[in-house]
Design a binder for this molecule. Sequence first.
Ligand code: NAD
Length: 355
Amino acid sequence: MKFIITGGAGFIGSAVVRYIIEETEHHVLVIDKLTYAGNLESLDEVSKNNRFNFRQVDICDRKAIDNILNDFKPDIIMHLAAESHVDRSIDNPSVFIETNIIGTYTLLESALTYWHSLEKDKKNNFRFHHISTDEVYGDLHGTNDLFTERTPYSPSSPYSASKASSDHLVRAWYRTFGLPTIITNCSNNYGPYHFPEKLIPLTILNAIEGKPLPVYGNGQQIRDWLYVEDHARALYLVATKAIVGETYNIGGHNEQKNIDVVNIICDLLEELVQIKPNGVNHYKDLITYVTDRPGHDQRYAIDASKIYKDLGWQPQETFKSGMRKTVQWYLDHKSWCEHIKDGTYISSRQGIIKK
Ligand code: NAD
């Protein structure tokens, strides 16, 4: 089969690409604009495979997307390209509206035209898989309630509102035009290749440089963490096995307070990096509480029983094993961290490239 993966140079997209190229015989074409969050070095492990292809394209560029669909003739489109950082959406919502809403609309229109042009078998088997977030549901205030696929949408931030809008568009293109779509809403991911503005990589990298470890508000916000490779497996399963029109929640059954996540990282670093930066006695001494994010959601927690019941998926990684792997990965890949932060990437053919 042929997969188009939008946002395939980002954190989750690159994990999906690595999974499909390494674990299956399928062909993959990545479409990615290479914003600050995308980096070709995240695809190094698969870039030489002859089943892998890459096009640097903006998903809002209808003509370029039309040409790619007509030339490559995908069986499945997995749509992960997005602006994804809540803090950036508060500072500058416009690019979130552009990419997450207009970009998804553009892809849907292009996919619909392409789908209409297909012959019967290929048309019946085509899938448009939209990858979304549990943040569309807003937040939970109780301690036991969970987001299900029937929880009403109530997004809090410009990011989650733009993702909610894109989910609505995808459902409308299914209901109104019959485009064979599937949606997944996942909880917070962690793992290798995560841009170091997000809590877990930021904490690891700041700690080993002896910088403050910022924690919003009182640090009591709860997130349900999922190891990114477990998410990639779930996405592949949904894209290839789910019934058209379905929605699946994906989560790690793993709720953690933000402050506890930071403490776990500090404990792991005490063990793994014993030579500390100058002036640091304990990594935990670097924890610094900062003014809370406006509109900050209190608790997210996913009921992932439907994907387990229908498709047999459940996470393989525990938080303990996943966090150890993650911290070790960042310690071993300092050059990736430097390149993604300064907007460069290494091309095996052309040396260092500035985006
Ligand atoms: P990311 O920010 O790491 O990567 C996004 C990728 O999209 C980047 O490679 C970027 O270059 C690309 N991109 C951005 N705008 C584009 C455009 N206009 N055209 C083409 N490419 C563009 O994001 P991520 O964390 O990998 O998230 C991927 C998807 O999963 C997003 O849709 C996000 O909403 C969703 N999601 C993320 C999480 C999480 O914890 N990270 C959880 C649930 C759902």
